[in-house]
Design a protein around this ligand. Structure first.
Ligand code: SF4
Length: 191
């Protein structure tokens, strides 16, 4: 079937059609064979490892394709009873956790009032973070409420975890934060 450019745009962006692929389906076109072929070529001769998306508690099942020791593709596992091979946009981007040329690989610091970022040593940055946490906690620590109730907390530090942190890290991070008296603890996956 042929379609004019106008028809293509109407179907790809029209109300009730969520995606460009949906629009193509509306025209009676399907990219499934081409997509399947391209995917088959990409993962040809790769080893498939089952895994789980780390981003949220839905825990969608994934298949990781590995070739020559490198991850070359990650997709939903069609055998999974709850995600049935699908992944949400976050999950569909898991590959970029492993391969992403845009990811900064050096520690950057911008001094107060400065316009530019400077590359600094990780050790220096860790010391600086520890120094600021201690200073903030010392300055804001609340031992008791006005009515005398013991609270031992600081409300001036907020801890935000990333969705790719694993259980073990989160366990230690919770203990660390609560040990400091931090009560505002959240995770990026819930925001
Ligand atoms: S982030 Fe998306 S793909 Fe990952 S487990 Fe949650 S719903 Fe599934």
């Amino acid at each position: 079937m042929t379609a004019t450019r106008r028809e293509f745009l109407r179907y790809a962006t029209g109300a009730g059609v969520g995606t460009a692929l949906g629009g193509l389906a509306g025209l009676g076109l399907t990219l499934a064979p081409a997509r399947a072929k391209a995917q088959a070529l990409r993962i040809k001769d790769s080893k498939t490892v089952p895994s789980i998306c780390p981003f949220c508690s839905v825990g969608c099942a994934t298949l990781i394709h590995v070739k020559d020791g490198e991850i070359i593709n990650i997709e939903g596992d069609p055998r999974s009873p709850h995600n049935e091979g699908t992944l949400c946009p976050k999950g569909a981007a898991i590959y970029q956790l492993h391969r992403n040329p845009n990811r900064p690989t050096k520690v950057l610091h911008r001094k107060p009032g400065a316009r530019d970022w400077e590359v600094v040593e990780l050790g220096w940055a860790m010391d600086r973070v520890a120094e600021l946490i201690k200073k903030t906690r010392d300055e804001t620590f609340v031992e008791r409420m006005p009515d005398g109730k013991l609270v031992n907390m600081t409300t001036s530090i907020f801890a935000l975890g990333g969705a790719t942190l694993d259980n073990e890290f989160n366990h230690v991070a919770q203990k660390f934060c609560r040990g400091l008296g931090i009560v505002a603890i959240e995770n990026q996956a819930r925001i």
